[in-house]
Write a protein of this length. Sequence first.
Length: 348
Amino acid sequence: MTDTLKTGQRRPPSMADVAQHAGVSSQTVSRVSNGLTNVDESTRERVLASMQALGYRPNGAARALKRGRFNSIGVIMFTLATFGNMRTLDAIATEAAKADYSVTLIPLADQTLGAVSGAYRRLNDQAVDGVVIVFEAHLIDRGEIALPPGLPVVVIDSNAGSGYAVVDNDQLEGARLATQHLLDLGHRQVHHIAGPTTSFSAMHRVDSWRSTLRASGIEPPSVHHGDWSTESGYQITLALAADPSVTAIFAANDQMALGAMRALHQLGRDIPGDVSVVGYDDMEEAHSFWPPLTTVRQDFHSVGRIAMERLFEQIAAGGHSSLGGVTTVPTELVVRESTGAPRGVSGS
C-alpha cells in the first residue's frame, strides 16, 4: 500500500495507509497512536493489527512537538565506575520510568569544558525535556560552564551557583561523624585517605575532617589523596601504617577502606586492635569486609529521587521554576567491628 520512490526504495507507511488498511479514519488511527481511550476496543485492536502488518511506527517527535514535551530526560555523568554514581543513576532511571519518561545517558570521557559542552549539544539534538548532571568536578561551581538557558537542570554532587537546583548527600556531616567517632573512641589522631583533589565531594570531606580535628584541639596531619580505587587505598596505607603511632584511618570511600584493610593485614596490624578503619558509602559488601566495616551511609536513592522531583517541578513550570538552592540529604554513621578504642585506652 505504500508508494515506491524514484530511488527504488519504498517510503515508510503513513497514518493514511494504516487508516485505509484498517478501514477507519485517520483521526481514529491518531487516537490509537496517542493512547486515547475514546476508541472502541475492537476498532483499537484492528488498528494495532494494521500498524503491525504494515510496519507503521508513530512519529514520536511529531507527537512531542504537538504536546510540547518529549517525555525524555538527559543524564550527564562523568563515570559509571563508582558505587555512588551507579546507585544514583539507578534511582534516576526508576523515577523516570514511574513518570513514563525515557533516559538518555551521556557519559563523559573526561571532565573538561569541551566534554561538557559537547554533552549539552548532544542532548539538545536528542530533544530532552530536562537534564540531570551527576558531576563531581569543580568545573561547574567555579562558574566556568554556562548551563543552557531555559532548559530545566538539576545538579548532583557539585554546585551550579544561584538559580539552579542542587541535590547532594550531606558530605560535611558525614565526614564529621566519621572523624568524631574515632576521636570519641580515644584516638588522639585521625589520618585521612581522601578522594581526588578534582572531586567536589572529596574536598568537602577533607574540609570537614580537618575542622573536626581542630575543634578538638588536634592539628590535622597531611592528607593522602587516592583515586577511589582499592589499589590506591592499599598503596597509601602500606606507607602510612608502617608508622606504629597511626591508630585510626578514615577513608573517603569503602573501596579505599578495603585497600587500607588489606595493607593492614599484610603489615600484621590488627583491626581494630592496632588500627581502626572507617569508610564512606556503605556499599552492600561493607558488612562482609573482615572485620565488618564501620562506614558512613549515603542515601543515593533519595538523592536520585529528589533530583527527579526537582526536575519534574521545573518541567511542569515550563523550565522557569524559581526553585533553586541546595537540597541536602542526611548521612548516617553505621558502626561495625572495624573500629574500637586504641590499645591502652580504658574499654579497649
